[in-house]
Design a protein. Structure first.
Lengths: 315, 352
């Protein structure tokens, strides 16, 4: 702002100017939110990072030890396995959730009898509290009473009296928790993509049909490109939620057997809260940040408005 | 190019019939316009030709082939939608090239055809833009370009000009007509604007409540409307319709006013009927019927006057300038060569 002209008037102090200037006015309105965010988001994050550089334990303040926790973690097999499994868990679950979610969304976008009812059913996994569904999966994957085992026995793939140790075998346990996560995550993706699909004007499909496009080509050249912005948003959220998942694992396996299903979040909780080594737990949690940042950056660049979208300068 | 034959075509959505047996013959290269009030089934009929709606009864042929069960992409037709339906994520060039790309046409051929279509429509400078960066008229042209590139058997237009302002509409009207004269592709064009229909069509099909009221050349419909609906629908300002009875002296309306008429239809004495007189077919005549001036609307080249005569309002269009004030009496007389008589009950024309 041209402050020179203001300075000529003795009664306007710098302070009153700050209070009435339009540019600053916007700032004042943002102050409450900024304080709120600083206090509840930035402060815990910074505190966590600081803790990760101390040897703090429960009930005893720590001393600053620099990156020692991280050095230790880099040689810790459990941590490395947890990181690897977290990445695999996120990758596999996100890809499957996306594929099935998109398929369901397209299916639900068609005319079919009982449409409203089916849409409501699809939402169920999303509505049920996580812990409740985890307990249900605990039963579904129970060694003796598993419905899958029962089905396999009925279908003749498994002899009677033979059991599968779903959550006891490391690899099967990993598959089981991924399956549970997928089951729980699909509705969010399906319903969001369905909302996106419904914004596509039907006459575009008709135009494409007349232009000679087959069903697959209509999807590939019309639906999919028009859906990319919403796909980017929904997949970012999905990846973030999956990567930081805690409840499902904790309720189903507590990271077992032998840490096979340990995610970074559960490991951090186990070491920091249950094990009492707050510094180390904080270091594990902080180690998740770079991965999350990377995911956000990728989607941020992916999310940038396409040229054809409304609302950007004409260039 | 191809002819289109529509034979006894019907359409029902569930139990509601919306098209009740329509027969239309469209010749190769003809420009046919479907007009009618909103909801009369014009779009439905067009979409059945395109294959976007299935046909509940009857038969549609494109060229020699019955297309009832032919999927849209094999009918070789191109359609321009009312909202244009341009692909928002494709540039103008890609929008126009889409159908050819799907057909895996060679790149040079695509570039060639798109370039030619763009030149015809004056879109050369806009080829790299996205639809949202275009004005309404430009979008409309791109939609036409997409159809032209296809070089289809038949063009279908569904109210392509209804989103444009009045001036642009007149301009695009001329452009579409020129385009048709140049390409000579069979065209079916839907509108509810009778002026559009009169000015552009080789043949007009007037539809009403799912049936064809009349079809023919624009001036045929104007000169010889087959019924009251067509009489009122075609022409602007629309035809004056007076209720009364046919008497030996002429046509008597209430209040004992007797209008002169040309030929008396056979056996029509004492018959209740409707007399139709176009506003432009009424002349000033001091010896004519006395009419009270209600409103005078000078338009420059002509003057539109609303008068009351025998208790009924009439609109007249005079070439002369009228100095009469509202409330004054003027003498008017119809041109009896071009008056129309309709049966009061059936609405059918009484002309032989
Ligand atoms: N999907 C549908 N289900 C039931 N009735 C329908 C459906 N689509 C159209 N109709 C009915 O069919 C009739 C004809 O509709 P159509 O869209 O062909 O009218 P139109 O002549 O194109 O009118 P406009 O000039 O307003 O576009 C209307 O009465 C409409 O209510
Ligand atoms: Mg319509």
């Amino acid at each position: 702002m041209a402050s020179g002209s203001f300075a000529a008037q003795p009664e306007t102090t710098a302070w009153t100017r700050l209070m009435v200037n339009r540019n600053w006015l916007g700032f004042w309105f943002m102050v409450p939110t900024m304080i709120f965010l600083l206090f509840f988001l930035a402060w815990p994050l910074i505190l966590g990072m600081w803790m990760s550089m101390t040897d703090m334990r429960i009930g005893r303040g720590g001393v600053f030890i620099g990156l020692e926790n991280y050095q230790y973690l880099l040689e810790d097999r459990d941590f490395l396995n947890a990181t690897g499994f977290t990445l695999a868990y996120t990758a596999v679950a996100s890809v499957v959730k996306f594929a099935v979610g998109l398929y369901l969304a397209i299916l639900l976008n068609n005319h079919m009898p009982l449409k409203a009812f089916i849409r409501a059913i699809v939402l169920i996994p999303f509505i049920v509290p996580t812990v409740l569904s985890a307990v249900a999966f605990w039963w579904i994957f129970d060694t003796q009473f598993s419905i899958f085992t029962w089905l396999l026995q009925k279908a003749g793939f498994l002899a009677k009296g033979q059991y599968i140790n779903w959550l006891g075998d490391p690899f099967l346990a990993q598959c089981s928790v991924i399956f549970a996560n997928i089951w729980r995550g699909i509705p969010f993706i399906a319903i969001t993509l369905l909302a996106g699909l419904q914004t596509v004007s039907p006459s575009l499909y008709e135009a494409a049909t007349l232009d000679g496009a087959s069903g697959w080509q209509r999807f590939r050249f019309v639906t999919y490109p028009l859906l990319t912005p919403i796909i980017a948003v929904v997949m970012t959220f999905s990846v973030l939620f999956t990567f930081t998942d805690f409840q499902l694992i904790w309720a189903m396996t507590r990271g077992g057997p032998v840490n096979a299903t340990q995610l970074m979040a559960t490991l951090s909780y186990q070491r920091g809260i249950l094990g009492g080594r707050l510094g180390e737990g904080a270091a594990i949690a902080t180690a998740m940040v770079p991965f999350l940042l990377a995911a956000i950056m990728i989607s941020w660049f992916g999310l940038q408005r396409r040229k054809w979208q409304q609302g950007e300068s004409n260039d | 190019m191809a002819s289109v034959q529509i034979a006894d075509v019907r359409k029902a959505y569930g139990s509601t019939q919306v098209i009740h047996g329509v027969d239309i013959d469209i010749e190769d290269g003809e420009f046919v316009i479907l007009v009618g009030p909103s909801g009369c089934g014009k779009s439905t009929l067009l979409r059945m030709i395109a294959g976007l709606e299935n046909i509940s009864g009857g038969e549609i042929r494109i060229g020699p082939r019955v297309v009832n069960d032919v999927p849209p992409k094999e009918r070789d037709i191109a359609m321009v939608f009312q909202n244009y339906a341009l692909y928002p994520h494709m540039t103008v060039a890609d929008n126009m090239a889409f159908s050819m790309k799907l057909r895996k046409a060679p790149k040079e051929e695509i570039a060639d055809r798109v370039g030619k279509a763009a030149a015809i429509l004056g879109l050369e400078k806009l080829l790299d833009r996205y639809p949202r960066q275009l004005s309404g008229g430009q979008r409309q042209r791109v939609a036409m370009g997409r159809a032209i590139v296809r070089d289809p058997q038949v063009f279908l237009f569904d109210e392509p000009l209804s989103n444009l302002d009045a001036k642009l509409r007149v301009q695009m009207r001329t452009e579409i007509k020129e385009l048709h004269q140049r390409l000579k592709t069979t065209t079916v064009y839907v509108t509810h604007d009778q002026i559009e229909a009169m000015t552009m069509a080789d043949k007009i099909v007037v539809m009403h409540d799912g049936i064809v009221e009349q079809m023919g050349a624009p001036l045929d419909l104007y000169d010889r409307p087959a019924n009251l609906f067509v009489a009122a629908f075609i022409g602007s300002p629309s035809m004056n319709l007076l209720n009364g009875t046919i008497t030996p002296a002429g046509f008597e309306t209430e209040g004992g006013v007797v209008w002169p008429i040309g030929t008396h239809p056979a056996d029509s004495n004492g018959k209740a009927a409707v007399l139709g007189i176009r506003p432009e077919h009424i002349q000033l005549d001091d010896n004519g019927l006395k009419a009270e001036v209600v409103v005078v609307e000078p338009m420059g080249s002509e003057t539109q006057v609303v008068v009351r005569c025998g208790g009924q309002s009439l609109t007249c269009v005079f070439r002369e300038r009228i100095t009469a004030k509202p409330g004054e009496l003027i003498g008017i007389t119809p041109d009896t060569n071009v008056t129309h008589l309709f049966d009061a009950g059936t609405g059918k024309s009484l002309a032989a």
